[in-house]
Design a protein. Structure first.
Length: 148
């Protein structure tokens, strides 16, 4: 999960117009490692662990101090363990790429973590919208190859 989290954070930075440098990647990973032992693991807590103002400023958009904090910043995942889950994407899809991409990446990750080998149906209504973004096009391609 740490490698995925680091990649997710880097994606958020790129979406905010900041290109991660090797030293930034090191700071991100160090903050993730420090946070892994904390009882309160949220994006706000992660940002407080990051020792770089540019990183903090770029990630603030996704914390409770920014507009996407209500979806992405919490110390616990509230998706639950239901056998049947639906995510209405209409409002999210209108928020633009820098808001949609992090949420969808998170949801895809949670779906993948719940796959246990038993038969599972993952319908993606309006998936043609996802095909317009290279990141999701690649994710769908990967799923078509590996999920059976």
């Amino acid at each position: 999960d740490q490698a995925w989290a680091a990649e997710w954070v880097e994606t958020c930075l790129v979406l905010q117009g900041l290109t991660p440098t090797p030293s930034m990647r090191t700071l991100i990973y160090q903050a993730i490692v420090r946070l892994s032992g904390s009882p309160s693991r949220s994006l706000t807590e992660f940002v407080s662990q990051v020792q770089d103002n540019d990183l903090r400023d770029a990630l603030a958009h996704y914390t409770l101090s920014g507009p996407m904090g209500n979806l992405l910043d919490a110390s616990q995942d509230s998706l639950g363990d239901s056998h049947f889950m639906i995510f209405e994407m209409e409002h999210l899809s209108q928020l633009g790429e820098k808001n949609t991409v992090p949420v969808l990446l998170y949801l895809f990750r949670q779906i993948e973590k719940r796959l246990d080998g038993s038969p599972t149906l993952v319908p993606l209504d309006e998936s043609w919208l996802m095909l317009t973004h290279p990141m999701f096009r690649e994710k769908l391609r990967e799923w078509l190859k590996t999920l059976r």
